[in-house]
Every structure is written in structure tokens, then in C-alpha cells.
Design a protein around this ligand. Structure first.
Ligand code: SAH
Length: 346
């Protein structure tokens, strides 16, 4: 069943078709700009408000299962329950000068990357575009309460965005057109689904593209990121090249540093070759611990050494500031479906 952020502007208008025409716009603005519940839209007559509050298609898609925050309050993670019992996570991160929401696009993930907690738990289902948008709206409401505004959205939570292309793209357009987030503040992260990247190159909005590379030769990448067997590195790099040519936006490569696996001098050299060809920025993520992967992350000194090697080879490389490790909200640690299944079994 659709929820409030799945409805189109015409569908919203049709809910108030018996009212003066401007009511449709008021309701739309209430949902997207003012971040209000229909029941709290005091510019609408009380009788209309209570009718809308009871309207099934305006129900929220997410119900709160739990919320955790770091002690400084700069990172908040929510576990949401969907109406079919599936569960997903959303993370809100405040930085000096920007506020970012990290959204899930699927409950679970089918890509099976062994070092990622979401991958370890398997695939449950795609999220609707309304379920994706509502994660941003709920986080935006929270940010607003503390005097902040959501400036960036990264599609880096649970799931593979390009495996659910239409729903994710509909969410991107809604966030851009109706919430007012600019394309350069929207980032899609992909494991490297080549057809999806090619399709993105033809879209009207030049969003940022991040590619979860993790290995720069096929032997190692086949192991770490199994979908590489379907779309090996040279295919992936040509898709990245087309995206770059079409959109002119700097690409980034994500690289989770795994001790003794992809943090050797030879790895830095191979990665530098790929990154230089595309002028890509490299985002180094010290591997975060997950229950199903025994290998450790590279030590902080090792991470800095790897970064320095890349920089010496002419690559723009930075270390991602780790957010939310203490609340299991960091990259690769989102695994709500798993926890919830356990909770249900008890
Ligand atoms: N499926 C998409 C979106 C997920 S983004 C993608 O793969 O890009 C989450 C990012 O965190 C990806 O770059 C992913 O490879 C990385 N990641 C996964 N597990 C991790 C871990 N244990 N430690 C650090 N980064 C991890």
C-alpha cells in the first residue's frame, strides 16, 4: 500500500478535490517543506485536517523501532519498522557546515560482499520511493528541532541503490524537485552495477557517483565484491568514464581498508592507476567490524601510510571520518533485518 511520500502531486491534490484548488498545494508544502503531519497543518480547516489525518494513503511508512545517538548528538541512527515487518536503518550526521542523511534503499542487500553486515544478512525487499524519501523527511524534522537543515543525502545505507533503479531515481527527483536538495548534494553509491551507471549518465540530474571499489584487480575484487564476476573492473571503469563525460562531476572510489588484504603497496599502486585515469577522488574507510567477517581493519597508522602512498602517486585521497562506530551505525554495520529477526524469534 502506498504511503504519504509515494503519492504524486496530482494524487495529493485529488485527496482535497472537493476543496478550493490551493488546498492541494498547502497539503503538498506541509508534507515536503514544512515537514508537518497532516493533523498539524493548522492553515487547513479543522474538519479537513482530521479527515486527512485518517486518510490511509497519507499514513507514514516508517514506525520507530529504536533510536540511538552518540553522546555528542552529532550522529543519530534510527531503526524503522515497515508495515510488512521488514526493518531498515537511517543515519543522520552533523558536521561543521553540513548535515547529511544516509538512507537505505533496500531492506537487506543481495550483493553479498562478505565484509559488509548488510550483505551478510541477505536480501529482503526493495523500498518504495516513498519509504526512501520519508527517511530524509524524518531526519530533516529532527535536524530542524536542533536548528539544523539537511544539506546532503547519501544513498549509502542498506541496499544497492542501482539494483532498485526506478524507485531510487524517483526518490532522487523528489528530493531535488520538492525538498530542494541540489543535485551536487545528492550521492549515489554503487557496488558497480554497470547498466545502472550507464543509465544514470542519461538522466537530467548530475548527482555524485561513488563506486565501492575495494580492489583494483579482478582476482581480489571477485573475492571481496562478488558482483565483479559479472561486471569486471575494465567494464566498470568504462561506465565510470561515460558518467564522467556525460556529467562532469568528480567520481569517488570507496575503499574499505582490510588488514593484509587490500592495503599493500601494490594495492595502492594499482588503485592509483585507476583513480588517475578518471581523476577520481579516493575515500578510504578503515574497515569497521562486523559479526560475520573475521579479518581486521588496517591500523590507523597503516591507513595513513596508504593515504600517503596514494597522494605521492598523484591521487586525491582522504580518510573518511568514522561516524557512529560506537552505535553500530558506521559504514557496513547496518544490519537491521538481522537484529529484528533475532528480536522476533525471542
Ligand atoms: N551497496 C552500495 C551502497 C552501500 S554504501 C555500495 O556498495 O556502494 C556502504 C559503503 O560502506 C560501501 O562503500 C561499502 O563497500 C562500505 N562498507 C561495507 N562494509 C564495510 C565495513 N565493514 N567497513 C567499512 N566500510 C564498509
Amino acid at each position: 500500500m502506498p504511503s504519504r511520500y509515494d503519492l504524486s502531486v496530482d494524487e495529493v491534490a485529488s485527496l482535497v478535490a472537493d476543496q478550493p484548488a490551493y488546498r492541494g498545494r498547502q497539503l503538498w508544502d506541509g508534507l515536503y517543506r514544512r515537514l508537518l503531519e497532516p493533523a498539524d497543518l493548522t492553515d487547513l480547516p479543522a474538519a479537513l485536517r482530521s479527515r486527512l489525518a485518517a486518510e490511509p494513503s497519507l499514513r507514514p511508512a516508517l514506525s520507530l523501532a529504536s533510536e540511538v545517538a552518540t553522546s555528542d548528538g552529532d550522529t543519530v541512527k534510527w531503526l524503522w519498522r515497515l508495515d510488512d515487518g521488514a526493518a531498515i536503518e537511517t543515519v543522520l550526521m552533523h558536521y561543521p557546515g553540513r548535515t547529511t542523511v544516509c538512507v537505505s534503499t533496500q531492506a537487506g542487500c543481495a550483493m553479498a560482499c562478505g565484509f559488509c553486515a548488510t550483505g551478510q544478512a541477505g536480501f529482503e525487499r526493495h523500498l518504495t520511493s516513498g519509504e526512501i524519501v520519508e527517511q530524509v523527511m524524518r531526519a530533516a524534522r529532527r535536524a530542524h528541532e536542533t536548528g539544523r537543515r539537511v544539506s546532503n543525502v547519501v544513498f549509502m545505507g542498506m541496499g544497492e541503490p542501482l539494483a532498485s533503479y526506478e524507485r531510487v531515481w524517483a526518490a532522487v527527483e523528489r528530493l531535488h524537485d520538492d525538498v530542494g536538495i541540489s543535485a551536487r548534494h545528492l550521492t549515489l553509491s554503487t557496488v558497480g552495477l554497470v547498466p545502472g551507471i550507464n543509465r544514470l549518465a542519461g538522466e537530467r540530474l548530475p548527482v555524485n557517483l561513488a563506486v565501492s571499489l575495494h580492489a583494483a584487480n579482478d582476482t581480489l575484487r571477485n573475492e571481496l565484491v562478488p558482483i565483479n564476476k559479472r561486471w569486471p573492473i575494465d567494464h566498470l571503469m568504462s561506465a565510470c568514464r561515460s558518467y564522467l563525460d556525460a556529467k562532469g562531476r568528480r567520481l569517488s572510489f570507496e575503499w574499505a581498508l582490510i588488514d593484509g588484504v587490500n592495503d599493500r603497496t601494490s594495492d595502492a599502486a594499482e588503485l592509483a592507476t585507476l583513480a588517475r585515469e578518471l581523476g577520481a577522488h579516493v575515500n578510504l574507510i578503515p574497515l569497521n567490524p562486523t559479526p560475520g567477517y573475521p579479518t581486521r581493519g588496517t591500523s590507523p597508522a597503516g591507513v595513513r601510510r596508504f593515504r600517503d602512498q596514494l597522494v605521492a602517486l598523484g591521487v586525491n585521497a582522504t580518510i573518511r571520518r568514522n561516524r557512529g562506530t560506537g552505535i553500530d551505525a558506521a559504514c557496513g554495520q547496518l544490519r537491521a533485518g538481522h537484529d529484528v529477526r533475532l528480536a522476533r524469534a525471542r
